[in-house]
Ligand binder design. Sequence first.
Ligand SMILES: [Zn+2]
Length: 247
Amino acid sequence: MNSTGFRRQKSLAILLDYVLSTTNSSVFSMKHSMDSIPFPFRSSSRPLASAERRHGPFGYTIYTSFKPWLRDEHDYRCVYCLTREAWNLSSNGNTNGFGVDHMRSRCDAPIDKVNYNNLCYCCNNCNSLKGARSLPQRLIDEPLGEHVRISEDGTVLALTEQGEWLRDCLLLASEESTKQRKLILELHKKARYDLDNAIDSMIPMLFEYPSNLDDLSSLNPPQNSRPRGLDESAWARRQRAELPRFY
Ligand SMILES: [Zn+2]
């Protein structure tokens, strides 16, 4: 799945997660849990470096064996973009959308290939964007919050040169990422004060047609046994202002 598709799935998962969370009887406790911080980049957070870690397993010969440990170590979210497992449909209830990253790459530090202290938990999106690169050392030794922050409108602020590296390497400032963080922060803020209204405001997002409908008439397949269907496509109906807002 490409990056855009992956991020779209994440957006859907966010909404579903909120809806499902309200179908149980724990609305009261959920409201209280909304005191959490969605994107806890701050200088008081723990650095990724070894001395500050919660766990210390060793002896595995395959680095992916550390995954459950890292998952807990990093609070079930990507250390880089802070996406939680629950916000990712492909990993909701399992960990398929997340993996293990080598902070110092296997190429730069082959001796640390199965060293727990060199590994971290991150989403597949960040993992593939980072690729085989090593993190700048300061991003390993110092809290990431000293280098990047997320503002209330979802934009990312790079505070240092290393923060800029992280922002650009992982496309944290992309329109899609910023939009998603803004959505999460708005829902989080609303849910803290009025959970019911927060859910109502999600309905349009759940049932509207996507904004990027496909113009099938431009595709020119080798053959089409039902050419008249093109006029009934959602894209064509939207062009004629016949497409309803919700479906
Ligand atoms: Zn990530």
